[in-house]
Design a protein around this ligand. Sequence first.
Ligand code: URP
Ligand code: ZN
Ligand code: ZN
Length: 459
Amino acid sequence: MATTLISNGTVVTASETRVADVLIDGERIQAVAPRLTVAADRIIDAAGRYVIPGGIDVHTHLDMPYGDIVSSDDFRTGTIAAAHGGTTAIVDFAVQDRGGSLRGALDGWRRRADGRAVIDYGFHMIVCDFRDAVEREMDALIAEGVTSFKFFMAYPDRLMLDDGAIFRALRRTAHNGGLVTVHAENGAVIDVLVQRARAEGHTAPRYHALTRPARTEAEAVYRAIALAELAGVPIYIVHLSSAEGLQVVREARARGVTVLAETCPQYLFLDDTQYAAPGFEGAKYVMSPPLRARDGQAALWDGLARHDLHAVATDHCPFTLSQKAAGAGDFSKIPGGAPGIETRMSLMFDGGVRAGRLSLNRFVEVTATSPAKIFGLWPDRGTIAPGAIADVVVFDPELEVRLDATALHMRVDYSPYEGMVVRGGPVVVMARGEVVVEDGRFVGRPGRGRFIRRAARSG
Ligand code: URP
Ligand code: ZN
Ligand code: ZN
């Protein structure tokens, strides 16, 4: 098996920063120590660079059907883009059909990914039809390494489940070690606001945001946490977007409830003024929850720094401009989602570490370590340590990264960050011991990515 020595770099984990060499033997890290004097098949000089665990993005939607269309990145293009951005593992969402089984959904998503992905991937399961048999199936999925489930509190017509179903699922996880995650927006209230806006003749993209006020998130976050508290189990809030929602998380944590929450770069870097763009431009930013007022962003950064928010994932769900045009005459028909799988690490380094909002270690923690721990990938992934899988990124803190669509690799014809240049990015990306990106060139092989069987929650 090939050996690689990454020498002279500054190794950064969630808990320490030190100058050390990293020896990789095959798929795993063999040693981390200063001045390793060993022969290796390849030596990578990382002087002046950080050596960090590969990013773990626990919220992506590759090749995801949405009515008649499908998100524009599949598992090949999406994972190539992820690798370019320094992400070496993802947890994507399989979606149960109404009337269908979890088993069928998992088989379908394995078929989408197997043979295409470049980096390793796991799956959460979106449950949108909860029955006795489905409740039992949760146990079987956990045994196969699909250990987390997403429940929607929004989209009554397609995905939403009622509080009873979510409560039953939560109670089940007390025994089977699964983790319930929720999309927390009050779908019934949003539906009323959407119908009223449409009846008043409003069609523009900005009504997407106007009909999903932050209080609808905060209310659903409160309710989800209350259900978890009643069931006596942890819960994870995906894509938390607002200061109002964060306040509810903080209050619950202060009284001892185990609430874990993720936010996404779009809520930290972009704001609701994007919806005022002329014509249909605002459709680029139609996602749920929507972008919020800029004055809430400081609270989210503070939440990350103070450990009230635990992970930064992307909710990567790209649609091209022609796909977005499905909602040209009706904002409620614009496919929801935006690209982000490639830009997360550089944005978080620039806006977090360089801007003094996050320590270097906290940057590693929220982009890799903490997602690994929460979602059963630890200690194999999310750190640089002997025995860990060699998902390793040599990260240049001075590298200029252009966030224009033409400079990126996601299969979508716009970038939410068009015109932005950030500093800090990967120069070498190793996935399971193989270099897959080097100096901006993809050198990996589609299909090399493997399904990750994740561990169930232990505590
Ligand atoms: O609008 C979004 N975020 N689309 C992706 C699906 C979801 O709710 O996460
Ligand atoms: Zn969601
Ligand atoms: Zn999502």
